[in-house]
Design a binder for this molecule. Structure first.
Ligand code: PLP
Length: 336
């Protein structure tokens, strides 16, 4: 049987496996997949229903419906002061997951090095390998889980032109840590003028608690593509709507790849996402969820610390990166 060597070399997703293993257990709170526990607001559901009822059942433009791309454009200006052209600088994807795949596959050549601050979201490593790239991990555990300018410079010095891509995720899964504008400016200063492309996974951008979200694209517009979507901001993980924004030179190859892989996202899901991102109520929905997560963080983190867990203060996303206390079983599968 012929199996592609790169595909054969990757392991099935461990979080999915653990989720399958625990899904049959009743009366537990599952903390496996990054899954919001809110229901999709009625006006957003209604937009999907209206799309179905109005026979919105034909192929959409590959980059996404015009209404959704306009809503994304408006959303990026309103929230992050970043302006992208709806025709050439925005692509609607099947979740941020497709964005990760499309950008890495479109940008990375065989043997290229991709810098990844660790610990990192588990989907990046296999996708980099599938694209033929090699991961350069930078351990951030001694620098408050942030990539430092010195670490970035050291990687550039070591790998030279082979280092073509930097993959940043902030707020971060799994640490909940995000960067300030000043910290991003310092990284951007080093990247400015190089041929390095930055993929900024900002899927948790709407969930920041202590300061407004800031994107590295503000400092490095021509070198940055941003991945985002409605999965986390609007609790719409199952709708599978994400998006990629960036300069048209970087997005053109991504758009071609997207044409040949998924064609386009589904119309009812895009109609719902356009309502979520484009309406005043959608902004309020997201704000309400953020406040609920903040309240939970403010309860849970001190309570876990009291029990002996060491935890970096999460400034975004909805994760608590808790180090097991020394007096309990240190095997993370057996703990509990
Ligand atoms: C950092 C990060 N990026 C991307 C994703 C995937 O997002 P989506 O469900 O929109 O594909 C997740 C989901 O957990 C994530 O944590």
């Amino acid at each position: 049987m012929g199996v592609n060597k790169r595909v054969a070399a990757i392991e099935p997703n461990a979080i999915r496996a653990f989720d399958d293993q625990t899904s049959g257990v009743t009366d537990i709170l599952k903390l496996t997949l990054g899954e919001p526990d809110f229901s999709v607001p009625q006006h957003v559901k209604q937009a999907a229903i209206d799309s179905i009822n109005s026979d919105d059942s034909h192929y959409a433009p590959s980059k996404g419906s015009v209404a959704l791309r306009k809503a994304i454009r408006h959303f990026m200006i309103d929230r992050y002061d970043l302006s992208y052209d709806a025709e050439s600088e925005i692509i609607v994807t099947l979740g941020a997951t497709e964005g990760i795949y499309d950008t890495l596959t479109a940008f990375v050549n065989d043997g290229d090095k991709v810098l990844l601050p660790a610990p990192n979201f588990s989907m990046y490593d296999p996708t980099i390998a599938l694209a033929g790239g090699e991961v350069v991990y930078v351990d951030t555990s001694k620098s408050d889980f942030l990539l430092t300018p010195a670490q970035l410079q050291a990687a550039i010095d070591e790998y030279g032109d082979k280092l073509t891509t930097v993959l940043l995720n902030y707020p971060s899964n799994p640490t909940g840590i995000t960067y300030t504008a000043e910290q991003l400016a310092a990284l951007a200063e080093i990247l400015q003028g190089t041929d390095i492309t930055v993929i900024a996974d900002e899927i948790y951008a709407e969930l920041t608690y202590d300061a407004p979200h800031y994107s590295i694209a503000k400092f490095l517009p021509s070198q940055t593509v941003i991945l985002n979507g409605v999965s986390k901001s609007h609790a719409m993980t199952g709708y599978r709507i994400g998006f990629i924004v960036g300069p048209k030179e970087l997005l053109a190859p991504v758009a071609t790849l997207h044409q040949f892989t998924v064609t386009s996202a589904s119309n009812p899901a895009m109609a719902a996402a356009a309502e979520a991102l484009g309406s005043a109520q959608g902004k309020l929905d997201s704000k309400g969820m953020r406040e609920a997560y903040r309240e939970r963080r403010d309860y849970l983190v001190p309570a876990l610390r009291q029990l002996g867990f060491e935890i970096p203060q999460p400034t975004g996303a909805f994760y608590v990166f808790a180090k097991l206390p020394a007096n309990v079983n240190q095997d993370d599968y057996e703990f509990g």
